[in-house]
Ligand binder design. Structure first.
Ligand code: GDP
Ligand code: GDP
Length: 458
């Protein structure tokens, strides 16, 4: 995953040599536009030495017919974008042209901005051109770096300067794949949470151990589950005290707002939302599902007491259904409709009474672990988003449409995607939901919420 604090952007007016420099820095001779397209062709990005993201903003705002006025508007847009997206900005100028008005406009914007700017005078092809670069000191952005993108002069020095500005790469914040999957059982009173908990704990495939240091009020248990294929799956079940104590709480409102539910949710990677098969989805189930989603937790819906449905079916098959499987399918469909706001979570039909499908819960949670730590490759993510925009264009708001220049995953659990866009308010809620759903579908993130973080003009 790319650390967004390690982003370097190239800005400067057309023809100063930004794309040449881009290719020089990423060590590729040819233009790599097609290897890693941005959301629009406006922005070109690549990862350099597995260390930082390099952006060429040169295409932003550019049209086929460019007047000088349009060029200066585009240049300003590019600089604004770079200021938002990048931690280091390479401001490229052409030593042979000298300082132009547009350079001055750009320099003025950059001076006002506190981040790191490197002034790069390009096309210093020969030693005798070096002195000509002195003129650029008057832009007020420090000593110019003298380079020739074409011939490779001064590139090593430029790379060192970039490294200095970026600082050392932070040490592995990567999630530990072997860590325990933290799970909890949440649901209205009497849906069968304790019964499921006890069933799980009594499974012969489980080795259960107390987690040292947990208090009587918030007991956690480590569960080592031997999967049929020999793999050992490791879980940590939160709030078993709550399950055991079985305090009666009369009002459901009281239950939901309970500190206990919140705490269990906070300590979970995956929440099993238990509902009662006979009651179906109630308002309270929906409210709780909403809270789990807001907390950014992955969730699995567990429809418990399925034995009662099987019993009923055996005595009195429900009319209009061919068989129980057919009924289950339709049950699941209507459940999904009532939980439409969720990120298409897995749905399991279980019975704590008979033990039916109880262990599947652990298998499905384990499968989710990989999803939780998924890294969306930046190139693919941008392709997917580009396709989504082509399949359905956002509405025009004001005079223009919402547009994403570039997207990058910036976090996990919950998965976060940062969008560098034109104007934040142009993303309407309907289009946001469309993007969320489609990204969940495309990357098979079922049950895992996705958060968007928009960077652009307010
Ligand atoms: P951009 O519009 O800023 O991306 O500029 P380009 O990278 O497309 O370069 C514009 C023109 O300048 C091209 O014809 C390049 O070959 C040329 N150019 C780029 N860098 C240098 C350089 O260091 N020296 C010389 N002489 N020409 C260069
Ligand atoms: P909790 O309040 O969510 O922890 O629910 P409990 O585990 O205490 O269960 C509430 C009631 O539902 C008890 O009477 C259980 O025996 C019953 N129950 C739980 N699971 C099942 C099940 O799978 N099938 C049936 N028929 N009853 C169940």
């Amino acid at each position: 995953m790319i650390d967004p604090s390690r982003t370097v952007a190239l800005v400067g007016r057309p023809n100063v040599g930004k794309s040449r420099l881009f290719n020089r820095l990423c060590g590729k001779r040819m233009s790599i536009v097609h290897d890693m397209p941005g959301v629009t062709r406006d922005l070109i990005s690549t990862e350099v030495r597995d260390d930082y993201v390099l952006l060429d903003t040169g295409g932003i705002g550019m049209e086929i017919e460019m007047t000088s006025k349009k060029i200066s508007v585009a240049a300003e847009e590019q600089v604004e974008f770079a200021i938002q997206a990048a931690s280091v900005i390479l401001f490229v100028v052409d030593v042979r042209e000298g300082i132009t008005t547009l350079d001055e406009i750009v320099a003025q914007k950059l001076r006002r901005y506190g981040k790191h700017v490197l002034l790069v005078t390009n096309k210093v092809d020969l030693e005798e051109n070096e002195e000509a670069a002195d003129e650029f000191i008057s832009l007020g952005l420090g000593e110019p770096l003298r380079v020739s993108a074409e011939h490779g002069r001064g590139i090593a020095e430029l790379e060192t300067a970039i490294d200095e500005k970026l600082g050392p790469k932070p040490e592995g914040s990567e999630a530990d794949q072997s860590q325990r999957i933290r799970i909890s059982l949440l649901g209205r009173p009497n849906v069968g949470k304790s019964s499921i908990g006890n069933r799980l704990l009594n499974s012969t495939r489980l080795i259960v151990s107390d987690v040292p240091g947990t208090t009587r009020d918030s007991v956690e248990l480590d569960l080592d589950y031997k999967h049929k294929d020999g793999e050992l799956l490791k879980f940590r079940l939160a709030d078993t005290a709550g399950l055991r104590m079985k305090r009666k709480v009369d009002s459901p409102v009281e239950y939901f707002s309970s500190v206990r539910t919140q705490a269990a949710m906070e300590r979970s990677d995956v929440v099993f939302l238990v509902i009662d098969a006979v009651d179906g989805v109630t308002k309270q189930d929906q409210a709780l599902a909403g809270e789990i989603l807001d907390a950014g937790r992955a969730l699995i819906i567990v429809v418990n007491k399925w034995d009662l449905i099987i019993d009923r079916w055996t005595h009195d098959p429900i009319e209009g259904f061919k068989n129980l499987k057919h009924f289950l399918k339709s049950y699941e469909e209507s459940l999904r409709k009532e939980m439409f706001f969720l990120p298409n979570p897995p749905v399991l039909f279980v019975s704590a009474r008979t033990g039916f499908e109880i262990e599947s819960m652990l298998n499905v949670a384990a499968a989710m672990q990989a999803t939780l730590d998924m890294k969306l490759p930046t190139g693919k993510l941008n392709n997917v988003i580009q396709n989504l925009f082509e399949a359905r264009a956002p509405k025009i708001i004001g005079t223009k449409r919402f547009k994403v220049f570039y997207a990058v995953q910036t976090g996990s659990r919950p998965l976060r995607i940062r969008f560098f866009c034109n104007r934040i308010e142009r993303l309407d809620p309907g289009y946001r939901r469309y993007l969320e759903k489609a990204i969940i579908h495309e990357f098979r993130l079922n049950g895992c919420p996705v958060r968007f973080d928009l960077v652009g003009k307010e």
